[in-house]
Design a protein around this ligand. Structure first.
Ligand code: TA6
Length: 305
């Protein structure tokens, strides 16, 4: 095995944040322990798969813009979540007082614990565990398993060790690197119902493939397991296979919203696209005592003919 193929794992500091650098014969990747956030993934025979902001800030307590932020135990604005989730955390709020309701939940800006690292010929597999007792959810267990191979695989596992149902929404908020949003299309969500968050959260139905001509922020419901991003200029087809996920959020901020985003270059909207594998709104998860749920996402890529 040449040096280039010899698996290597290093923990290095970048700004405030400890980052795990992984390299093996298939790919290289970088994972921030804060938020268990995959920041980079690139196969040796391809371009970067994930978009990471040129203005990314590596500061404690602030999610890095790009890669795969983990949104849990709610997606987006808590006040837009189902009432069962709002009241659950409102009641927790009463018990924990200091529980705030930041966008996209409570775990993307806290440091997760590195549980295991294993290597085989197919992949390097890292498991991280979220110390959620610290945020008043002691009877819930949250783990993320990340597999770095010729595909990028992430499995977000929630276990309910409490004596009551636990209701939550979630998303793997993946930022993809693309050549140009104007010539990129998304297949797989044809005929799916979606919530158009930019038109008063009205419900619509997807007609054909998704092309982009302006700010796009849609929550697709009851979605199929496979979605494809076809990047014409880079001649790359990125395939998302999601299991345990019934929703998909499709987001591009376009021009005006880009100006309001942190860690975001004003022109960056042209080279990024979020397809977020999720369980949100009516697809949120109600986990019975003793039960476990896994949101599993496999991302692969191949050249388009
Ligand atoms: O997933 C889409 C979205 O909810 C957008 O509305 C936008 O707010 C994006 O997430 C990024 O959110 P953030 O809190 O990371 O800036």
């Amino acid at each position: 095995m040449s040096n280039a193929d010899t698996p290597a794992i290093h923990l290095r500091q970048s700004g405030d944040l400890p980052l795990l650098y992984i390299r093996n014969r298939h790919a290289s990747a970088v994972i921030a322990l804060q938020g268990a956030q995959v920041l980079r993934y690139q196969r040796h025979d391809s371009r970067p798969l994930l978009w990471l902001s040129d203005l990314a800030a590596y500061q404690r307590g602030q999610s890095v813009r790009g890669g795969i932020p983990v949104c849990w135990p709610w997606f987006g604005d808590l006040a837009r979540n189902p009432l069962s989730i709002q009241t659950q955390f409102a009641s927790d709020n009463a018990s924990t007082h200091e529980l705030k309701a930041p966008a996209h939940g409570l775990v993307r800006d806290i440091t997760w614990l590195l549980d295991t690292v294993s290597e085989n010929t197919d992949a390097t597999v890292v498991t991280l565990r979220c110390p959620i007792a610290a945020i008043g959810l002691g009877h819930i267990e949250l783990q993320l398993q990340i597999s770095i191979g010729d595909t990028l695989q992430t499995q977000l596992q929630t276990s309910n060790h409490s004596k009551a149902d636990f209701v939550y929404s979630q998303a793997l908020h993946t930022y993809f690197a693309i050549s140009d949003i104007h010539t990129t299309v998304v297949h797989g969500l044809e005929n799916s119902r979606y919530i158009e968050t930019l038109e008063n959260w009205s419900e619509k139905k997807q007609d054909g493939a998704i092309a982009f001509t302006g700010e796009t922020d849609r929550i697709y419901l009851d979605t199929p397991s496979r979605v494809d991003i076809v990047d014409r200029n880079w001649q790359r087809n990125i395939t998302l296979h999601a299991e345990g996920s019934c929703s998909a959020v499709v987001w591009n901020p376009w021009i005006e919203k880009s100006k309001r985003l942190s860690q975001f270059d004003v022109d960056a909207w042209q080279q990024m696209l979020c397809i977020e594998s999720a369980n949100v709104m009516e697809d949120c998860i109600r986990l019975a005592p003793g039960a476990q749920h896994t949101l599993a996402l496999m991302i692969g890529e191949k050249p388009t003919s």
